[in-house]
Design a protein around this ligand. Structure first.
Ligand code: NAD
Length: 313
């Protein structure tokens, strides 16, 4: 694989993670094409990016977007864990079928490098040990996790057959500026938005659930270090440190200077209890390590949220 500038396609490049990845790939001298259903987000500079709008399940449009690229980053998901069990058939069609179609289209063109954003928070289910390493059994308890695991299996199968060079990232709970604050995925921006707007926080369970939070800049560093390397296979993408939801609330109170009120609700059956990722592989094979502490990441996220949409706007 060449080590110079790459010609990258970022499918889902208009989203939270994808938009930061686009920024970093471009800053690194790579050419970037985006394929995404949405209109280009207004909170970033798109100059130099070949932006194509289209639906991921429109196979011919996806295939056309492959022309002239050498590295594909796949960040589309039509579901999140909390919605996927409501319509698993749509989850399979929109994500698994469309992802396998992407793999076939790449193989047909002789394109080999596919970097897939899986999910460290869901593919393992409730892990038998923490921190959880990449070779832990996959026992997801949401359709989202089952579909992510199935996409991984196809990628690894085509890797074994010598037809693709797949690189799979399993992010835990990434957070940072540009993350949707609607509250569907990403508790930190959702809680910060509520605090900013003077609303109460909604917590499912007793606030003891533990997650592995990783600041977006660290995730993007890892995605580029891994994606543009000649490594194949699976990498956990977390901080390696667990924080409970109540830890996060305390950090939010510190960063914002406000003490939020909390409504507690019954725990949800698709949420795993505790998840901390073992990131030894990324550290040892790529020399990567997270640089942004939870406190610093929280401060940066709060600053961006306050500046982008101040209270009362
Ligand atoms: N954010 C997280 O907490 C998290 C954690 C683990 C894994 N992931 C995975 O990382 C990837 C990126 O996550 P994100 O948080 O940036 O998501 P996001 O929702 O912010 O971005 C996804 C992008 O994909 C686009 N998209 C969705 N469905 C599409 C379709 N059918 N056709 C074309 N474009 C479509 C959206 O317009 C959006 O720009 C996803 O695959 C997600 O499952 C995210």
């Amino acid at each position: 694989m060449s080590t110079g500038a790459r010609r990258c396609l970022v499918i889902g490049g208009n989203g939270f993670i994808g938009s930061h990845l686009v920024d970093a790939l471009r800053a690194g001298g790579n050419s970037v094409r985006v394929f995404d259903a949405g209109a280009p987000r207004p909170d970033m500079d798109w100059s130099g990016v070949d932006y194509r709008r289209g639906a991921f399940d429109a196979a011919a449009d996806v295939a056309a977007a492959l022309d002239g690229v050498d590295t594909v980053f796949h960040l589309v998901s039509t579901t999140v864990p909390s919605t996927s069990n409501k319509d698993p058939v749509a989850d399979i069609q929109g994500n698994l079928v469309a992802s396998v179609a992407l793999m076939r289209a790449m193989i047909d063109r002789g394109l080999r490098r596919l970097v897939f954003f899986s999910s460290g928070g869901t593919v393992y289910g409730n892990p038998s040990r923490l921190p959880v390493p990449e070779d832990h059994p996959l026992e997801p308890i949401s359709s989202y996790g089952v579909v992510k695991a199935a996409i991984e299996r196809y990628l690894l199968m085509y890797g074994k057959l010598g037809q693709l060079d797949p690189l799979i990232l399993r992010p835990g709970n990434p957070y940072g500026p540009r993350q949707g604050a609607a509250g569907i995925q990403g508790v930190i921006p959702a809680f910060l938005r509520r605090v900013r707007d003077g609303e109460r926080l909604q917590v499912w369970g007793d606030g003891g659930v533990v997650r592995d939070y990783l600041y977006i800049a660290d995730l993007v560093d890892l995605a580029i270090a891994a994606g543009l390397s000649d490594k194949n296979g699976v990498f956990n993408a977390g901080s390696g440190v667990g924080h409970s939801l109540l830890d996060i609330v305390a950090e939010i109170a510190r960063a914002t200077g406000r003490q939020p009120a909390i409504d507690f609700h019954p725990a949800r059956n698709f949420d795993v209890d505790a998840l901390v990722l073992d990131v030894t592989r990324a550290r040892s094979e790529l020399g990567w390590q997270p640089r942004v502490s939870l406190a610093e990441g929280m401060d940066r996220t709060w600053k961006a949220m306050s500046a982008a949409d101040p209270v009362g706007s």
